[in-house]
Design a protein around this ligand. Structure first.
Ligand SMILES: NC(=O)C1=CN([C@@H]2O[C@H](COP(=O)(O)OP(=O)(O)OC[C@H]3O[C@@H](n4cnc5c(N)ncnc54)[C@H](OP(=O)(O)O)[C@@H]3O)[C@@H](O)[C@H]2O)C=CC1
Ligand SMILES: O=C(O)CCC(=O)C(=O)O
Length: 427
């Protein structure tokens, strides 16, 4: 039976995402005893761009949308980060996500800075040709701000290889020749990498596997809850199911499904395909809300949708051993501390969901060398980077006697601060 009166996560609009991101940075800065001047530099995005995107809709009306791109820090290399199409996108959210990308790339040891972009739209409310016009105009407006050595976008919520192909084509038309390296997460036909579509979910599966092994467990014995069933949550569900884990619940924006015996994920995907993407009515499962899903008993909870889902309002009621942050920023700092005090391991976003940007990096490397690898090679390279980063975070946590999140941050922030100092970018 599901709990009938459960605390609900506050809507992300009630919590300032940039303040959350800065509070995690401040925590790491205290641990690293960072110079206040360096902290001030790292707390401020280097460039914030908002452009107007006038678009003619199919009904001939003109709508003017806002398009954001925030470039947080490029000390380690070109800015890197996804483009989000979601109604809740704000400049503050994009700024927070850009900062997370800086720490993620630094933690993973890949030569990028951090950026993020977004347009506050629900892509399902637009036709494909409207989305194409929106994406192309957004790209044209950003033409001087992006490029293979400047800032390299990729997919995030609400975007995919399709949008990346439009961005690559628009950029290439503007500069007069094909520039595949301006985006990653592109279709294979124009220089995309094998394995990129599943990469973030695969990285989540690898991180959860390593964390369970540390506790003497395994995927084959694990029970898992997954909030969000898109690119990341859907791929993680497939791979975890293949590895023998029991997926007790999955959800989309409108709610999800729960089965204490485990959901048959391939059968659910086939069912959704036949039912216009809907999960409703899938045999053998009961409906569950997103708020309820977070509170079910299981070994692992994987938030794979929006920010601020685990807050002070529900952290006390979470009943898992491991929270694996597939989404960016799903846990507030206050909630994080409640979870830690309850002995729940939080696998931080900048590690857990890094498989996506790692394979983006591998796509960039393949593109630059004009040599393309098979999927097995891509997955092996990514797995090596993920497992080594996991080991470094566990070691750092043990050395400093701090939670995994702080350890991931001290590694990521510390590397950027060191590079900043070495480059002499401040007086
Ligand atoms: N794509 C990537 O490579 C990477 C993504 N991430 C992060 O992973 C998360 C998910 O991204 P991605 O899978 O790409 O996005 P998608 O757009 O592919 O999927 C998002 C999923 O979240 C669901 N969702 C939306 N709103 C809510 C809500 N309020 N409650 C519960 N579920 C909701 C969507 O439901 P519905 O189908 O109903 O819309 C959908 O199932 C984001 O935080 C993103 O930043 C991190 C690293 C890389
Ligand atoms: O693949 C990339 O470059 C970025 C992915 C991303 O946006 C993220 O990791 O949050």
């Amino acid at each position: 039976m599901l709990a009938s009166s459960t605390p609900t996560a506050p809507s992300p609009a009630h919590i300032c995402p940039y303040a959350q991101a800065c509070s995690y940075l401040d925590w790491a800065a205290r641990e690293l005893k960072l110079d206040p001047g360096v902290l001030a530099i790292l707390s401020t995005p280097r460039k914030v761009v908002t452009v107007a995107i006038p678009v003619r809709l199919d009904n001939q009306q003109i709508q003017v949308l806002a398009g954001h791109r925030v470039q947080h820090c490029d000390v380690l290399g070109p800015y890197k980060g996804g483009i989000r199409y979601h109604p809740a996108v704000t400049l503050e959210e994009v700024s927070a996500l850009a900062m997370l990308m800086t720490w993620k790339c630094a933690l993973m040891g890949i030569p990028y800075g951090g950026a993020k972009g977004g347009i506050p739209i629900d892509p399902r409310q637009y036709s494909i040709s409207e989305l194409e016009r929106i994406t192309r105009r957004y790209t044209s407006e950003l033409i001087k701000d992006i490029g293979p050595a400047i800032d390299i976008p990729a997919p995030d919520m609400g975007t995919s290889a399709r949008e990346m192909a439009w961005m690559m084509d628009t950029y290439s038309m503007n500069v007069g020749h094909a520039v595949p390296g301006v985006v990653t997460g592109k279709p294979l036909s124009i220089g995309g990498s094998r394995g990129r579509e599943m990469a973030t979910g695969r990285g989540v599966m690898i991180t959860v596997r390593e964390a369970l092994a540390l506790r003497g467990g395994s995927l084959a014995e694990a029970t898992v809850l997954i909030q969000g069933f898109g690119n990341v949550g859907g791929a993680a569900a497939n791979l975890l199911h293949q590895a023998g884990a029991k997926i007790l619940a999955v959800s989309r924006g409108s709610g999800g499904l729960y089965n204490p015996k485990g959901l048959d994920i391939p059968a659910l995907k086939a069912y959704m395909k036949e039912h216009g993407g809907s999960m409703e009515g899938f045999p053998g499962a009961e409906p569950i809300s997103n708020a309820e899903l977070l509170l079910q008993k299981a070994d692992v909870l994987i938030p794979a949708a929006l920010e601020n889902q685990i807050t002070e309002a529900n952290a006390d009621a979470i009943q898992v051993q491991i929270v694996a942050e597939a989404a960016n920023g799903p846990t507030t700092l206050a909630a994080d501390q409640i979870l830690e005090s309850r002995g729940i391991s939080v696998l931080p976003d900048i590690l857990t969901n890094a498989g996506g940007v790692v394979v983006s990096y591998l796509e960039w490397v393949q593109g630059l060398s004009y040599v393309f690898w098979d999927e097995e090679r891509v997955n092996q390279e990514m797995e090596g980077l993920m497992v080594r980063a996991f080991g470094r975070v566990v070691q750092e946590a043990a050395d400093r006697r701090v939670p995994l999140r702080l350890a991931a941050y001290t590694l990521g922030v510390g590397r950027v601060a060191q590079a900043l100092q070495d480059r002499g970018l401040y007086p």
